[in-house]
Design a protein. Structure first.
Length: 123
């Protein structure tokens, strides 16, 4: 991948990082506001559900930030844009759609298929 393309993807990753970091801050602030509200005993269950949902959203955003951080680290190492499983180049259209992609399309399909086979019964 040439320098111009790496810089393009780095800009995409940094923009996503800022967006997700802001969302984490917003969600954590909202969870704290919910915690500090005066809640009637009858509303405690609803309060707990809302607080759990707000914290879960923050967990998901934190995972996205970690994925972006890993992509930026691969960029620094010179391995960004290469599949971490097979070493082949990841299609640029895939990187445009998902700048944090670690696998090429073929390996991603294999990883997802393996996860599906290990999944237990659903409720």
């Amino acid at each position: 991948m040439n320098l111009k393309k790496r810089q393009h993807f780095k800009k995409l990753l940094l923009a996503e990082l800022r967006r997700h970091a802001q969302h984490i801050d917003d969600e954590q602030a909202r969870a704290l506001d919910i915690t500090n509200d005066d809640v009637k005993d009858s509303d405690q269950a609803l309060h707990d559900v809302i607080q759990g949902l707000a914290l879960k959203l923050s967990d998901n955003e934190s995972k996205m930030v970690a994925d972006i951080d890993q992509a930026l680290m691969r960029m620094e190492e010179g391995s960004y844009g290469k599949c971490v499983r097979c070493g082949r180049e990841i299609d640029e259209r895939r990187l445009e759609a998902l700048p944090t992609a670690r696998y090429d399309a073929a390996c991603q399909a294999e990883v997802e298929a393996a996860k599906g086979q290990r999944a237990g019964p659903s409720l």
